[in-house]
Design a protein around this ligand. Structure first.
Ligand code: PLP
Length: 474
């Protein structure tokens, strides 16, 4: 593409982005298309001759836009909000332009060193001590998989050389997490050949927090059955209700049985930036590893997950493999990021942190996140005060679990009514909420955390939910 054409097209695209974000509320947050509808609009064969960029841009509006679920829309209150801020979008553009691949220090020294600096900044922002080393992966799923791999590597079972399959000398391995842990933990175990059977789910109390006594009992029972416990995952901010596992008690158990403690704070970890929320970091310095996702609640475009560990040497031992063609003369002096995970090529994600942290400042980020927590508390109060609604879980962060409960109905009827209510809400084209099930009860979830969330959006959402609920009959 000639430079002038690029410059002109780039200006048009930036205008498109600015208008899109400015007018985003004109779209329904949840795409209303049917499966296959977008695919039908795309020619089956690729064009033989090149097309004008303007034509491609026009087709974004014509072909794609109504098949987009707008995560940036303030009516999007479904999953943990992943919203993109101006500085984050600009950094993403720059990353694509520079297109550095940070596999080695040599393949872009600024890449490796900016990532190191950003890990140091972010570590301080969430109050972790200096002995935590950090790296950026794509998602929390990947971060947790690396945590589980490190936990296994710590056992010195020579998995690296001999693998796991066909080995009669290996004990059965067991990882523990609560029944409310994210599915990525089981996926990590699947990926590493530990299997779903290698994951023991511990029950939760009435606040959906892991029962630590049951955890210890399960560990003892496994040991007496020749099963080898190796890792516990504690979640700070579970996906369904955002509950907080008792990290201190869990860390004591991990110390007693010499187990790797991984904390999944993918959603809620960013709240550690807020002075009043620092209680959530109790015993974090006991963890072997922690994951926090700026792409969930720190206005960072997909994707960016931060993995901290006190034991980077174990991660390196598990994954470093340096063929001749990747050796460099400075290998003894530098960190080559390819040594710390399965991927070789790496996107320049730290640019997004550099732009976002500098643009908003730590106070600016913390103030916005704190405001979301306050709005969620207010919404939870409205639920509590409305006799036909019922709050279904505590609200430690910015997600509220509730159901419509007009009284004198069985749980089965209430499940049907709430499922219907959620369908009505989501097809209204105004807001998008999600659901979960708690003890067999269908529960609606509303999450606040978008950079575009203002109090008026929450007020409007509540008005809509109440008016649609009034019309629900079985
Ligand atoms: N952990 C928790 C607690 C989550 O809520 C989620 C996603 O919502 C994940 C992990 C997975 O995140 P990712 O999409 O970054 O893999």
């Amino acid at each position: 593409m000639p430079v002038e054409e690029f410059r002109e097209s780039g200006k048009k695209l930036i205008d498109w982005v600015a208008d899109y974000l400015n007018e985003i509320e004109k779209y329904p947050p949840l795409s209303q298309v049917k499966p296959g509808e977008i695919l039908k609009r795309i020619p089956e064969n690729p064009p033989l001759k090149g097309e004008e960029i303007q034509k491609i841009l026009n087709d974004v509006d014509k072909i794609l836009i109504d098949g987009i679920t707008h995560w940036n829309h303030p009516g999007f209150m479904a999953y943990f909000n992943s919203t993109s801020s101006g500085p984050g979008i600009l950094a993403e553009l720059l990353s694509a332009a520079i297109n550095a691949n940070g596999m080695l220090w040599k393949t872009s020294p600024a890449f490796t060193e900016l990532e190191k600096a950003m890990m140091n900044w972010f570590r301080q922002m969430v109050g972790l001590p200096e002995n935590y080393w950090g790296i950026i992966y794509d998602t929390a799923s990947t971060s947790s998989m690396h945590a589980i791999a490190s936990a296994r590597e710590q056992l010195n079972l020579n998995i690296r050389e001999k693998g796991m399959s066909g080995r009669t000398d290996l004990p059965k391995l067991r990882l523990y997490c609560s029944e409310h842990a994210h599915s990525s933990i089981e996926k990590g175990a699947l990926t590493l050949g530990i299997g779903l059977d290698g994951v023991k789910k511990i029950s939760v109390n009435e606040k959906y927090e892991m029962n630590s006594e049951e955890l210890e009992e399960a560990i003892k029972s496994d040991i007496s059955n020749n099963i080898k416990p190796f890792c516990v995952v504690a979640t700070v901010g579970t996906t369904s209700t955002t509950s907080i596992d008792p990290v201190r008690k869990i860390s004591e158990i991990c110390n007693k049985y010499n187990l790797w403690l991984h904390i999944d704070a993918a959603y809620a970890g960013v709240t550690a930036m807020i002075p009043e929320m620092q209680r959530i970091t109790d015993a974090w310095d006991e963890a072997d590893s922690i994951v926090i996702n700026p792409h969930k609640w720190m206005f960072t475009p997909m994707d960016l997950s931060i993995y901290f560990t006190r034991k980077p040497e174990i991660l390196k031992r598990a994954f470093s493999l340096v063929p001749e063609y990747l050796k460099t003369q400075v290998d003894d002096e530098v960190e080559n990021l390819m040594d710390y995970g399965i991927q070789l090529g790496r996107r320049f994600r730290s640019l997004k942190l550099w732009f976002i942290i500098r643009y908003f400042g730590v106070e600016g980020l913390a103030t916005r996140i704190k405001h979301h927590i306050e709005l969620a508390k207010e919404f939870a109060n409205w639920i509590d005060e409305e006799k036909d609604f019922e709050r279904m879980a505590p609200v430690p962060f910015s997600t509220v679990c509730f159901r419509f409960n007009p009284g004198n109905k069985s749980d089965e009827d209430l499940n049907q009514m709430n499922e219907k209510l959620l369908e009505e809400i989501n097809s209204s084209g105004k807001i998008f909420l999600s659901h979960t099930k708690l003890n067999g009860k269908f529960v609606i979830r509303l999450t606040i955390g978008s950079i575009r969330h203002e109090r008026r959006h929450i007020v409007e959402a509540w008005g809509l939910i109440k008016s649609l609920a009034e019309k629900i009959v079985l």
